[in-house]
Ligand binder design. Structure first.
Ligand code: GLC
Length: 740
């Protein structure tokens, strides 16, 4: 059918279809009974523009789910897939054929404005969450758009900047989630980022759009631009960008003229159009509108996600709160809930109950605003102090405001708003039973308070059902099970991107390479405020009996890891077993720990279970610049089993046999020491230099060892040594030069 369509369209009609119809729609093809499509944001719910409302950014009511950073903090793949199914239902109800999400970019810096809209600092956790999201939404015949491909880790100058990323970090950290999702969930579409990568805008980057995405990964879905990311339509068409958004196309006349001037082939145009038509046909086949929908189902799921996402960072026993205890609620967020981030992901919630409302449904509870927005004053502080001093316990609501955290700009620091800090400082002077509840999309600096407050909960931006979830958690009706999806560093200066973020107007260099987040802090053995994967519970879990099916993997064999987990406390709870690997000595430096598996289990008090995880060779891959691809280095590895990246409970050593020749090939530029230490060359080179009189008795021995082989030859020749003793050295050098 597509060939028939292509044959029927004029050049102008074809070019027109390579752009959206307008901001949120793709024009259909009535002559072939192909309906148009509505594309709208995600990833925290369905943000369908409400044109009737008259306000540009008004959107139809839909469930405001917790932010992606919170979704990842659940570490519950099944729950996130179930949540995404409900986002699919709502998309069908609102007539949305493609939901623009999930965002799967990395988190180099806690300051990045859209960290709330991305899952994690770890690519594996991000990839697993993104896969669950895509599977869930697409199970409903609704497409997704995995974004922003690739290297969009900041808001500053995002539309013009070039992200300079080395190949190892690009493949191991930033491309990895995209590839996991392409391989495991086959997203209908992907969205290219605004930025350039290593100097070439993603909207026309052949290395990323053709070589990697199409040729290496075999992805055959549609690639659309981020909104306004196409600067050169002709080059975008040539380089496999299928759809310019928003429409209508800004440079269609130029593209038409380029074809007429033989500067743009019909083959390129048709290739792009095939994917546009394929998306229309797939949507026509799979999209089933929903006439009505019980939004409470989504609300209940949103509440469960929020409850499993909130992270108990500290608890001296003050939580759970007892019903009879006199508590005070302080902080405007308790009445004006901070539930989501600003920008394109902003949702118009179907229902929104403040924490104060949820709490006072059962009984009167005293409240003090403490601040307005990010500001406070003497009167507000005085009122808060008076309230606090009359209560057993204080629930203190703080966090970032939409003015300091959202799409389009990056934070300047990790500080809470000045008014919130002043309020906390005042309260900790007069009260030592404070539960600090932080609402933010990314790490904030809590280092000044961790000693003085009795408990800290990272509430993230928990969506419309966050208040109900929080209430159940602090009263113990539900147990905490969230684990940090990103590190809370002790200070911003410890963050590895501190000296390079956000770069200049032209470029930002990812100088930390693969050492992002815990990969950096752990390898540098830096103290952190709260580590990646950290989260307390009202109960405790014991890890025991770590077993592996074999102490070594040979090539593509799998390794079965089992560990016994016991709930040794009095509460039922959920634990996230995390599996990291390390490779103490490697041809290319590795991070001390790398997350490769995790599993969340529910256990009643005193219940045990044996968790079984299957590790494969691929879990230990790194990007080999020599092989220009992912590879596994033969050698010893360590398997770490833990309750967080810093709370490692059990360790196992294994050996992996691999046929990947990742060892750096020696050349005449390598030192004699490198040759002597090399299994292939060692004995021969040692003999050659010993025969030439260069052995440990020679005062120049150590000096010679440090010299490149090619320099050593010159030195040897200047000593007029016997030809037959020098000849073998000539032969080695000649064979090396032939290989180059
Ligand atoms: C943007 C965002 C992208 C969003 C698009 C449509 O600027 O970067 O995530 O999907 O516009 O709103």
């Amino acid at each position: 059918m597509i060939d028939e369509i292509l044959a029927s369209l004029s050049l102008e009609e074809k070019i027109k279809l390579l752009s959206g119809e307008n901001a949120w729609h793709m024009e259909g093809l009535a002559s072939f009974d192909l309906p148009g499509l509505t594309l709208t944001d995600g990833p925290h719910g369905v943000r369908l523009a409400d044109e009737a409302a008259g306000e540009y950014f008004a959107s139809k009511p839909a469930t405001a789910f917790p932010i992606e950073a919170a979704m990842a903090a659940t570490w519950n793949i099944d729950l996130i897939e179930e949540m995404a199914v409900h986002m699919g239902y709502e998309s069908r109800f609102h007539g949305v054929q493609v939901l623009l999400g999930p965002g799967v970019n990395g988190k180099r810096s806690p300051l990045a404005g859209r960290n709330f809209e991305y899952f994690s600092e770890d690519p594996y956790l991000t990839g697993k969450m993104g896969t669950a999201f895509v599977k869930g939404v697409q199970s409903q015949g609704v497409g997704t758009s995995v974004k922003h491909y690739v290297g969009n880790e900041q808001e500053t100058n995002r539309m013009v900047i070039s992200s300079e990323i080395d190949s190892q970090a690009l493949h191991e950290i930033y491309l990895k989630p995209f590839k996991m999702i392409v391989d495991e969930a086959n997203p209908w579409t992907m969205m290219c980022a605004y930025n350039a990568l290593n100097g070439v805008p993603l909207s026309r980057n052949p290395s990323l759009l053709i070589d990697i995405l199409r040729n290496q990964w075999g992805y055959d879905g549609l690639v659309m631009s981020d909104w306004g990311a196409v600067w050169d339509k002709i080059e975008s068409i040539k380089n496999c960008l299928d759809l310019e958004m928003p429409g209508p196309g800004k440079q269609d006349e130029l593209a038409i003229q380029a074809y007429k001037d033989n500067a743009l082939s019909m083959d390129s145009i048709d290739h792009r159009l095939r994917r546009v038509l394929a998306l229309m046909m797939r949507s026509k086949k799979e999209f089933k509108p929903l006439k009505d929908y019980d939004f409470k189902k989504s609300h209940d799921i949103a509440k469960q996600v929020a409850a499993e996402a909130m992270v108990l960072l500290k608890n001296n026993g003050i939580l759970p709160i007892k019903e009879k205890e006199a508590i005070g609620i302080i902080g405007e967020f308790a009445k004006k809930p901070r539930i989501q981030g600003g920008g394109s992901s902003h949702i118009n919630p179907t229902v929104l109950n403040s924490f104060y409302k949820v709490m006072t449904q059962e009984k009167e509870i005293d409240y003090a605003a403490g601040y307005h927005g990010g500001q406070t004053n003497d009167e507000l502080i005085k009122e808060a102090l008076e309230l606090a001093q009359s209560k057993d316990k204080v629930l203190l609501f703080v966090g970032t405001t939409e003015l300091i955290e959202g799409e389009g700009f990056d934070r300047l620091d990790m500080k809470l708003p000045k008014g919130h800090r002043r309020l906390i400082d005042a309260l900790i002077k007069v009260h030592d039973h404070i539960v600090l509840l932080n609402f933010s999309g990314s790490a904030v600096d809590l280092s000044a308070y961790t000693i003085d407050v009795a408990a800290i909960v990272q509430c993230w931006l928990p969506g419309q059902a966050g208040s109900e979830a929080l209430r159940d958690l602090i009263y113990g009706q539900q147990n905490f099970s969230g684990k940090l999806s990103e590190t809370f560093p002790l200070c911003l200066e410890h963050n590895p991107s501190y000296l390079s973020f956000p770069g200049s107007i032209d470029e930002v260099s990812y100088k930390e390479s693969i050492f992002v987040g815990y990969r950096y802090y752990d390898t540098k053995k830096l103290p952190v405020l709260y580590p990646f994967g950290h989260g307390l519970s009202y109960t405790y879990f014991e890890y025991a009996d770590l077993k592996v099916s074999s102490d070594e993997i040979i090539d593509d064999e799998s390794l079965e890891v089992t560990v016994k987990i016991t709930n040794t406390g009095d509460y039922s709870g959920q634990e996230v077993i995390q599996v990291y690997y390390g490779k103490p000595s490697a041809v290319v430096k590795r991070a001390d720990k790398n997350l490769i598996k995790f599993k969340k289990v529910s256990l009643k008090s005193n219940e045990s279970t044996t968790v079984k995880l299957l590790l494969k060779r691929d879990d230990f891959e790194f990007y080999s610049k020599k092989l220009k691809g992912m590879a596994v280095e033969e050698g010893h590895y360590q398997i770490f089993i833990g309750s967080s990246s810093r709370d490692i409970r059990l360790i196992k050593d294994i050996y992996i046999h691999s046929t990947d020749d990742v060892k750096e090939a020696l050349s005449v530029n390598h030192s004699i020491r490198a040759f002597i230490n090399d299994p292939e060359y060692g004995e021969n080179i040692l003999n050659i230099f010993n025969n030439l009189g260069f052995d440990k008795s020679n005062g120049l021995y150590e000096v010679m060892l440090g010299m490149p082989l090619k320099v050593a030859l010159g030195i040897v020749q200047s000593f007029n040594l016997e030809e037959e003793k020098v000849e073998p050295l000539y032969q080695v050098i000649q064979s090396l030069q032939e290989k180059e």
